[in-house]
Ligand binder design. Structure first.
Ligand SMILES: [Zn+2]
Ligand SMILES: [Zn+2]
Length: 511
């Protein structure tokens, strides 16, 4: 310490930071359009594939911190003299806003969308809702001093949607998309298919019901435990573990389904846990994905008794028309009356629910469009090994996630605020018609782009526009193309994807 430190005069005399200075700075930056991206072909380039946030309310501090970190990376590369593209736009498609609007205005999207006018009105309400929340988010990141380029065209803009649709058309032409009736995760309230990423688990108190069954050939009684007695009538087999000596003598015999009185085969399956319940279980279509696997492997014929609206179907007999929950109460009553219920055990279990409305999901058969992904798992893993991932430990997360994929991806949704599936069906010959890529198509609203069916020549009136939209993750999956200027700035796009590994960076928080 020097003797005259007492005379030190700091250049900045204020002892406290004045927030008004920040506001003034932001105003100047805005005026100068300081963060507008300008491309200099002589300099290296990096595109930051900013994860578009979903406008579902104000950010909590974690969200804010995440975007500030992205900004730090952008500033680092800018200081190194690179071309840095770091856009900010919102991910606006999908179920959350629809559910919010349904609640706020007390409307039902499926009812409204029965007419074109109603569907347009519903979309307008969703848009208004999203605009308000988005404006709030933009204010927050600007106030944080983030140097993003604001793109008003979010994932619901024609600019973005035509890229989503072009991707679909390209995949369709390569034979990677097919339509099939398959078991899918289904939300009975939203009446839509959900992807594996759209399911949450809620820990809940429930019961394990021990129910008496009969073996047809020997008349002996077996006790089967289930958390879903309402699905007794959906049973297609009874199964035990081949190592389990208690049941070995039942191989090849049949069980009589209680109350429904039809017979099902008794089979062995190595996936059955002998320590769960009594070690012998009913395989119903579908109690869960474990059932689905056994049904598929054993080639059993499904017997689905839940309708898309979450009510029991005619096949459910005396439970027909009841909701799943009511049906469970009812059947337990009847089983008790008839002396078929041995006991009930209280348990804690994880119930899969819809990520938006928290309704328990059901597995039912629905006709949807699927994108092939199972056959690409190994190839995808190879790509993950070529990527640079920081910190390294997160590489395993991505690999585990790819490994966990169990089925092709159902990409169609019976909802409204989403990118339309660009497809028309000829009612005469059944042909599925996909237009040329390039523009944004709205098949439920506009005339087909052909004057007659290109397949059978039927007049235009026979061509019916697809009403469904894409799973919102189908939009999200192409964000890197959007950020890189795909279909808009060919020079930038080609430069970014010219090398072995594209010059893109994906910041990703942990979900
Ligand atoms: Zn739902
Ligand atoms: Zn035709």
């Amino acid at each position: 310490m020097s003797a005259n430190s007492g005379n030190f005069r700091p250049t900045i005399s204020e002892k406290r930071w004045d927030k008004r200075i920040e506001e003034e700075l932001i105003r100047v930056w805005e005026e100068e359009d300081l963060y507008k991206f300008t491309y200099d072909p002589r300099k290296p380039i990096i595109v930051i594939d900013t994860p578009p946030p979903y406008p579902s309310g104000k950010w909590h501090v974690g969200g804010a911190a995440h975007y500030v970190q992205i900004d730090m990376v952008a500033r680092y590369f800018r200081m190194k003299g690179w071309n840095v593209r770091v856009p900010w736009y919102a991910d606006r498609n999908g179920l959350p806003v629809e559910v919010a609007v349904e609640k706020k205005y007390k409307v039902n999207a499926h009812e409204l969308a029965k007419t074109r006018e109603g569907r347009l009105r519903f979309l307008e309400l969703c848009k208004r809702e999203l605009d308000a929340i988005e404006a709030e988010l933009v204010k927050i990141w600007k106030r944080l001093g983030c140097s993003f380029e604001y793109w008003k065209d979010g994932t619901d803009s024609p600019t973005y949607r035509r890229i989503t649709q072009s991707t679909f058309i390209e995949l369709w032409k390569r034979g990677l998309i097919y339509e099939a009736e398959r078991p899918v995760n289904w939300c009975p309230r939203c009446r839509t298919t959900l992807s594996e990423a759209e399911i949450e688990y809620k820990e809940e108190k429930g019961y394990l019901y021990y129910v008496k069954w009969k073996v047809k050939e020997t008349g002996e009684e077996i006790v089967i435990a289930t958390t879903r007695p309402e699905l007794i009538g959906a049973t297609v087999a009874v199964a035990y573990n081949p190592e389990d000596s208690r049941y070995k003598h039942l191989k090849g015999k049949h069980a009589i389904v209680p109350l429904y009185e039809y017979e099902v085969p008794i089979i062995e399956h190595s996936s059955i846990d002998p320590s769960f319940g009594t070690g012998i279980m009913m395989v119903s279509t579908y109690g869960d994905w474990h059932d689905e696997m056994i049904v598929k492997e054993a080639g059993l014929k499904p017997r689905v008794i839940i309708e898309p609206n979450g009510k029991m179907s005619g096949l459910a007999g005396f439970l027909a028309g009841l909701s799943v929950r009511k049906a469970r109460e009812k059947i337990v009553e009847v089983l008790e009356e008839k002396g078929l219920l041995v006991k009930r055990e209280e348990i804690q279990h994880n119930v899969p629910v819809c990520w938006r409305c928290k309704t328990p999901i059901e597995i039912i058969h629905v006709k949807e469009y699927f994108l092939k992904q199972m056959e690409f798992k190994e190839e995808l893993k190879k790509i993950v090994h070529r990527m640079q991932i920081k910190p390294e430990k997160h590489r395993q997360k991505l690999l585990d996630w790819i490994e966990s994929i169990k089925m092709d991806w159902p990409i169609s949704r019976t909802r409204y605020y989403g990118t339309e599936i660009p497809l028309w069906t000829c009612k005469k010959c059944g042909a599925k018609l996909v237009p040329e890529p390039g523009r944004y198509y709205r098949p439920w609203l506009e005339e087909p782009p052909w004057s007659k069916c290109p397949n059978c020549g039927a007049p235009r009136e026979h061509l019916e526009g697809e009403k469904r939209v894409f799973d919102t993750w189908f939009d999200s999956s192409i964000s890197v193309l959007y950020a890189s200027g795909y279909m808009r700035e060919q020079d930038i796009f080609e430069r970014v994807f010219s090398g072995e590994i594209p010059w893109t960076l994906r910041p990703q928080g942990v979900d």
